[in-house]
Write a protein that binds this ligand. Structure first.
Ligand SMILES: Nc1ncnc2c1ncn2[C@@H]1O[C@H](COP(=O)(O)OP(=O)(O)OP(=O)(O)O)[C@@H](O)[C@H]1O
Ligand SMILES: [Mg+2]
Length: 378
């Protein structure tokens, strides 16, 4: 897919910005705090119905305004045009409108306009806690599989209810075993599906990730990723999940919470056999992220038969010219790309040094100042 045009009204510091994008690489440049990342956030609304910064609309709507609007013209790979519009009013909330019709559930559009996003917050993927890594898995799987998204919603519901029963039991001293068992059954059924899907997905994804990393780094660094479910899985995941819940039941009762299940899963990334989290340099961390995102791109494209757009927020800083050139070169060829950078020359120079720079297709530079896209230099 491609985003042909984006219009932001009262969105962060953009009062009224209209941007025509190139089909290839779009550099979005300008000094700090001028509204570059906000443009990527607007694109994230188009594709995911929300900000990738995971902030609520009340933070996104411009300080002095009561309503915001993002509207975009999008073209799918087969050439089908779509008009996407998202509005938010402080009083009445958010609406997602596709080709003039309001869409009720965000889940109905997620995956229609696929996107791969890399931003500085993603550094928690390799350096932070397990919840960021679970979100990463869920974000890809939810885009490529509606049934996974439905399972996750059901699992979250069962977990919430089961935790409530356990907490009530702890606080009152009376545990309702009948209700607990019912929620345990739901938790095990949906949880086992999630573990199975994550496990087979990581097996497939790992191969693509490793070859993407190899492509980016030409000397000897061997990456790996390992899925680590919160319990040891046997041939029948439902049985092992259930048995594990039985095993920890006394601990759960005293804590008043569910302590095993996919909400406690983790993923480990390693370089040359040691954990990235503990030993990798900043540049290596970023390279792992870029490779993960390249793999995410391949995976989403294959599964959905639609080319995702790529949003890169501030990615080039901390990468040396070789790695930033490799990043640019590998990503520019993938599909429509949006790259923010304060120093566009630095980002761009990497590609100019490269013998394949001519392959940088259809690039456009957008200058952003004070919430205005001042001029465009093609
Ligand atoms: N709700 C809002 N209303 C108005 N302005 C806002 C709102 N939220 C954030 N801002 C401001 O919008 C500006 C643009 O932020 P943005 O993150 O897009 O900047 P940027 O160009 O990406 O900067 P950097 O190079 O530092 O990453 C900032 O000055 C920020 O304080
Ligand atoms: Mg920014």
């Amino acid at each position: 897919m491609k985003v042909k045009r984006l219009h932001l009204t009262n969105f962060r510091n953009h009062e009224d910005s209209s941007i025509e994008f190139a089909d290839g690489v779009n550099f979005i440049t300008g000094p700090n705090a001028q509204g570059k990342t906000s443009i990527l956030e607007g694109l994230s609304y188009v594709c995911l119905t929300k900000s990738f910064l995971q902030q609520p609309e009340k933070s996104v709507v411009r300080f002095e305004a009561d309503t915001l609007c993002v509207d975009a013209s999008v073209e799918k790979d087969r050439g089908t045009p779509h008009e996407v519009k998202i509005t938010y009013e402080r009083k009445s909330g958010k609406k997602y409108i596709l080709d003039g019709n309001e869409v009720r559930r965000a889940a109905d559009v997620v995956g229609m306009f696929p996107v791969v996003i890399l931003h500085p917050g993603n550094l928690t993927l390799t350096g932070g806690g397990p919840s960021d890594r679970r979100k990463f898995l869920d974000m890809i799987l939810s885009q490529v599989s509606k049934s996974y998204l439905e399972e996750s919603i059901e699992y979250a519901r069962a977990l919430k209810q089961r935790n409530r029963v356990l907490l009530d039991g702890r606080l009152t001293g009376r545990l309702d075993l009948g209700i607990l068992d019912a929620w345990t059954d739901a938790l095990v059924a949906h949880g086992a599906q999630i573990v199975e899907r994550r496990s087979s997905f990581v097996k497939e994804f790992r191969e693509v990730f490793v070859s993407a990393y190899d492509w980016l780094v030409k000397y000897y660094e061997t990456p790996d990723m390992i899925y680590m479910p919160s319990f040891t899985t046997g041939p029948d995941i439902e049985d092992t999940f259930f048995a594990e819940l039985q095993r920890v039941s006394m601990v759960e009762r005293s804590r008043g919470a569910t302590i095993v299940g996919p909400h406690r899963d983790d993923l480990e990334f390693t370089l040359n056999g040691v954990p990235v989290r503990d030993f990798a340099s900043q540049g290596q961390n970023k390279t792992v992220l870029v490779a993960l995102k390249m793999a995410e791109f391949q995976c989403i494209k294959t599964k959905l038969a639609e080319t995702p757009v790529v949003l890169l927020d501030d990615v080039m800083s901390e990468l040396d010219s070789f790695r930033s050139a490799s990043t640019l070169r590998s990503i520019a060829g993938l599909g429509q790309t949006f790259i923010t950078a304060t120093d566009i020359l630095n980002a761009y120079a990497g590609s100019l040094n490269d013998d394949r720079q001519n392959s940088l297709p259809d690039a456009k530079v957008h200058f952003v100042k004070g919430g205005n896209v001042l001029y465009e230099n093609v």
